[in-house]
Write a protein that binds this ligand. Sequence first.
Ligand SMILES: Cc1ncc(COP(=O)(O)O)c(C=O)c1O
Length: 403
Amino acid sequence: MAARQKNQVKIEGRPVWAEVSASALTHNLRGIRDFVNPAEEKRKTPRKVLSIVKGNGYGHGGPQVAKILEKAGSDWFGVTCTNEGIDVRKAGIREPILVLTGFWPGEEASLLKHDLTAVVHRCEQLEPLDRAAAKRSPRKVVSFHLKIDTGMNRLGIATSDVECFARQLARCKHLRLSGVMTHFASSEAFAPAAQGQQTREQEERFFGALDRLRKLGIDTGIVHMANSAAIAARPESWGDMVRPGVILYGYHPGYDPAEQRAESERRLPLKPVMSLRTRIISLRRVPAGSGVGYGAKFIPQRASLIGVLAAGYGDGIHRSLSNGGGSVLVRGKLVPIVGIVSMDVTMIDVTDVDGAEIGDVVTIYGTDGEHAHPANGVARAIGTVTSDLLCAVAARVPRVYVA
Ligand SMILES: Cc1ncc(COP(=O)(O)O)c(C=O)c1O
């Protein structure tokens, strides 16, 4: 029996599921932790890892992957908002959870109640957070992290506002700054013609802002800035803690130049965590010249055997994979998606697959035994990033956690 059939998980109902490998996730976390703590560096305390589990854990199930990662030794977790943080906390996570996009007015009490650590990215957020902290526990102080905008022009206080921040913080008796962060706009870009210099400039602005905070007598706490590409290729940015997202889930980001990827994959080998699978639910012989699917966009040149999959764009098979835009793995063979991907079903051409039959497991991306169809290749083919593809796996697709 093929490995593909031996390892099948049991799914009830409509056969579409996302298999999430705990061992691959653990392997990636441990690999990252070892990589950012090289033996020769001799730091007093090991550099921490904050696992990014926002966006429902990049589609893998936020609370569930947080549980696996906590067991594997993750020091911190990163979510985008209070509600995501509450879900992760309610799953039983004890380690600190950083709310990366900060809090919305009115959420302060709930944030503190669930012991979530806020990121303050505007000075005006200090006062309401301080008030909520005073109300919750007048004798205790609440920790928060500060985000500094060093050139991405998205979230964070301007570097020119450091002194103003310090003055306002001095008035907040119930708050304690326990970390300072920034976020890179293009850490994967190394080609000088592209944004090759931008990360260097961001780093310099960030280090300058940290110096100014320290000169003002402020303890900056945990300093962190590195996302996946910076972790893999910019050791000077590792600070006290790193924030891996997509590399945790098994994929290096798209580097510029592209050759950087092979080098990063060699230095930091990763295992894909998710395999998105479905089954063939119908097979039909279609004569040459007869259109397949919506708009008859696929007209076979030869008599063809067309398999219908129980998954469509309503499950996370990107519609731009339609009609030759993408392929899937069946019985160890890559075969093309033909016709337009519909909401609930997708057609594939299995004419050249020996023994294809109804019920065959099909891997939309991920691994199948010794065969691989990596999600980053699928993402590249349709001009998007791996994280976009992984996050697109719909809520109706059950996540199945396997060892
Ligand atoms: C603040 C912050 N840090 C880290 C990450 C992780 O990014 P990546 O998936 O590139 O590692 C993200 C994701 O967008 C983020 O918003």
